[in-house]
Design a protein around this ligand. Structure first.
Ligand code: ADP
Length: 709
């Protein structure tokens, strides 16, 4: 066999193997191009480099990233495709790879061919040979621009929030420091306010008190006019000072309210009584209608109530030249523990234009602010009233019609007093079931009297004129007997004196006791009334206590009551001062010589015996030697002040027969009253005070003392 024939099967086998290899190659190529297509389709950038950082493979995404075609990339160095800094960063990261740490991940910025910047997260993985030597590195880059932006945004926002928080913390610290500074300033202001108040009140007391005494002395007309002018000016200066001090206190948040038991009718009557002479001088009909269902024993701040009522009432009288002014108190809601009361002050005065009403309660606002205005004033009064009423839990408002009149009203919630005071004392139960004839042309005044007498279970018959009264007396004679008749000074058809004469001449009514109801007490009125056959006389507007006591005394023939008010009524009738021993002996403790004179003369004029001690120590000595009915105590004094003296008196003397001690002090700010009461004093009167206020407080405490001794 030839050698050619022997080689043929070998060739065939080799050809078959070659064919097989070709097929395998085609297979591998097809598979690789399939994988390549998959890799190319990836959104992530993928490449492989050798140890010299030359590309062995890169996909389309990476080619796009570096602005080349895929075919251009093979064998190129990475440094020629990336920016200098970018390459340096990538190279540094890849250089950290080793057999023990074959993977590294980092974020890097990449600048695209169009200049835009992307954030890429690179994952580099080392491919090592059997000895652990790195042969090539495979890198995958994922676009994380969106996430990085969101993270950056989040970081920016939290940085901004942190900055805002820091700013707030700093602001809070600054506010706290500012508050501490303001509190210190406010404390200093408070001390200044207290000192100023005291310093101003002391000389004002001298001026007001001395001029009040001066006008009571023998003066010729010119001197009297001068003295009256000084007194009026001093009083308006004092009112202005009080307004300014009050307003400053309210604005400084230093106004503290009291919560003490008081008798409502007494407070309202005192306010109305104090303004009555001015109303009377202007020939205004002043009525005070307190409805019978209004509770009397209440707890609250009577001083502030008095202040608001006084302001509204004095405005009403000031801005009314003819007609009526009426104060009305009604119960809007009565609860078991508290009641809501409405206080109304209505007048028939000049009224207020609609477009000015809104401004009324603003500070310094006056309806007529022109330089030619008829009425003076600061415009502070109503602003203070509004703030006070609101602080007391109520509200204030006004209705008004120009040239017709105004109606100011405010509500106040008031708690019932813990210790109820009897509205009808036992001594006045004699009034029960009696019939009283009220002859008064003014309907509101008749209603006011009827409402005042309702709690005493008195039957009221009303007559609006003299002739109507005569007819009623004649008609009534057959069926019932009137116990007493109250006759207004001026009746439409006749005078009170004429009516009294006719009643006295008629055998049917000869014995009917008559009480004159006059506008305002004037010197000589009492004597005149007595001559005309009246058993007593009362002044308008009537006060509950005085009215009832007067009627009880007249009906009971003067034996039914021994209260001080009744003595006062008798005092008015006889038009002379009661003997001093009957009124009481008072120890005045006061260091200022001017104020000593003022108070001593006022007390003497009121009919009291007065002795003066010029400091607390001397007061103690005087009390050891003598018996007094009351002590009027100044607070700031040399040697021993009023507080120390009071504590010493209370410690030494028997508590059952406790002598009333009343503070007379120029310290008129909040806390002063509490300090006085805490020291053992019973009451408090701020200087400067009017004679009437001094008289009222002394009467009240002598009466209270009388009940216990
Ligand atoms: P003033 O101290 O000036 O009286 P107020 O605050 O008490 O201050 O009153 C402010 C203004 O409101 C007054 O000046 C007056 O113009 C008006 N006013 C208050 N009450 C009445 C009233 N009853 N009738 C008419 N005008 C009134």
């Amino acid at each position: 066999m030839s050698s050619r024939t022997q080689a043929a099967p070998q060739v065939e086998r080799l050809q078959a193997e070659l064919e097989d290899l070709r097929r395998q190659l085609a297979d591998v190529t097809a598979r690789e191009s399939r994988y390549r297509a998959i890799v190319d389709e990836q959104a992530d950038s993928i490449f492989r480099t050798d140890a010299a950082r030359r590309l062995k493979f890169a996909n389309r995404a990476f080619a796009d990233d570096v602005g080349r075609r895929v075919s251009e990339l093979s064998g190129r160095g990475l440094d020629s495709l990336l920016g200098e800094a970018e390459y340096a960063e990538l190279n540094a990261q890849i250089s950290t790879l080793c057999a023990d740490a074959p993977v590294t991940v980092h974020d890097a910025e990449h600048t695209m061919p169009d200049g835009s910047v992307r954030w890429v997260q690179w994952t580099h993985s080392a491919v090592c040979d059997a000895r652990g030597v790195i042969e090539e590195v495979q890198s995958i880059g994922r676009d994380i621009t969106g996430r990085r932006r969101a993270e950056d945004e989040l970081q920016r926002t939290s940085r901004a929030m942190l900055a805002a928080l820091n700013a707030q913390v700093q602001m809070a610290a600054e506010l706290q420091a500012a508050r501490a500074r303001a509190e210190a300033a406010s404390d200093a202001k408070g001390v200044f306010l207290a000192n100023m108040s005291h310093e101003i009140r002391t000389p004002m007391n001298g001026i007001v008190g001395m001029t009040s005494l001066l006008v009571e002395t023998e003066l010729d007309d010119e001197q009297r006019e001068y003295a009256e002018t000084i007194r009026a000016s001093a009083e308006s200066l004092l009112a202005l000072l009080n307004d300014i001090l009050d307003f400053t206190k309210i604005e400084a948040g230093r106004l503290e309210l009291e919560s003490i038991d008081f008798e409502l009718r007494r407070v309202v009557d005192e306010v109305v009584g104090a303004q009555a002479p001015v109303a009377f001088e202007k020939h205004l009909e002043l009525t005070c209608l307190v409805h019978a269902n209004v509770p009397d024993a209440l707890c609250g701040d009577p001083g502030r109530l008095r202040q608001v009522l006084t302001n509204l009432l004095s405005n009403a009288i000031k801005f009314t030249s003819m007609g009526d002014v009426c104060v009305e108190v009604e119960c809007v809601h009565a609860g078991a523990e508290s009641s809501l009361l409405r206080f109304t002050v209505e007048d028939t005065g000049i009224g207020i234009p609609l477009d000015r009403i809104d401004r009324l309660f603003h500070v310094f606002s006056q309806v007529d602010a022109s330089t030619t205005r008829r009425f003076g004033g600061t415009g502070l009064g109503l602003a203070i009233c509004k703030r006070l009423v609101e602080r007391l839990g109520g509200s204030i408002g006004v209705d008004s019609v120009p040239d017709r009149g105004s109606r100011f009203s405010f509500t106040l919630p008031l708690r019932r007093a813990e210790h109820a005071v009897e509205l009808v004392p036992v001594s006045l139960s004699t009034l029960c079931g009696q019939t009283v004839l009220v002859i008064e042309p003014h309907e509101l005044t008749r209603t006011a009297i009827a409402q005042r007498l309702l709690p005493y279970k008195v039957e009221i018959c009303e007559a609006s004129s003299g002739s109507q009264a005569l007819a009623q007396v004649r008609d009534a004679a057959a069926t019932r007997t009137f116990a007493v008749a109250i006759i207004a000074l001026r009746l439409g058809d006749m005078s009170a004196e004429v009516l009294a004469a006719q009643l006295k001449n008629d055998p049917l009514s000869r014995d009917l006791p008559l009480v004159l109801l006059s506008g305002c007490g004037l010197r000589g009125d009492a004597a005149g009334a007595s001559d005309a056959g009246f058993a007593a006389y009362l002044t308008k507007p009537v006060r509950t206590g005085l009215l009832a006591e007067c009627l009880a005394r007249v009906i009971g023939g003067g034996e039914s009551t021994t209260s001080r008010s009744a003595i006062l009524t008798r005092h008015q009738l006889t038009a002379g001062a009661a003997p001093t021993s009957e009124r009481g002996r008072i120890l005045l403790v006061e260091d200022n010589p001017v104020n000593q004179k003022v108070a001593a003369r006022q007390l003497q004029r009121l009919g009291y015996d007065v002795e003066i001690a010029s400091n607390g120590r001397l007061a103690l000595d005087a009390l050891d030697e003598q018996r007094y009915d009351m002590v009027l105590m100044d607070c700031q004094m040399p040697v021993m002040d009023g507080y120390q003296a009071t504590s010493a008196i209370r410690a030494r003397h028997d508590d059952l027969a406790r002598i009333p001690i009343i503070a007379l002090t120029a310290n008129a700010l909040h806390g002063d009253r509490d300090q006085c009461l805490a020291a053992g004093m019973d009451d408090y009167l701020a200087k400067p005070f009017q004679s009437a206020a001094l008289a009222a407080i002394i009467e009240r405490w002598l009466l209270i003392r009388g009940r216990f001794t």
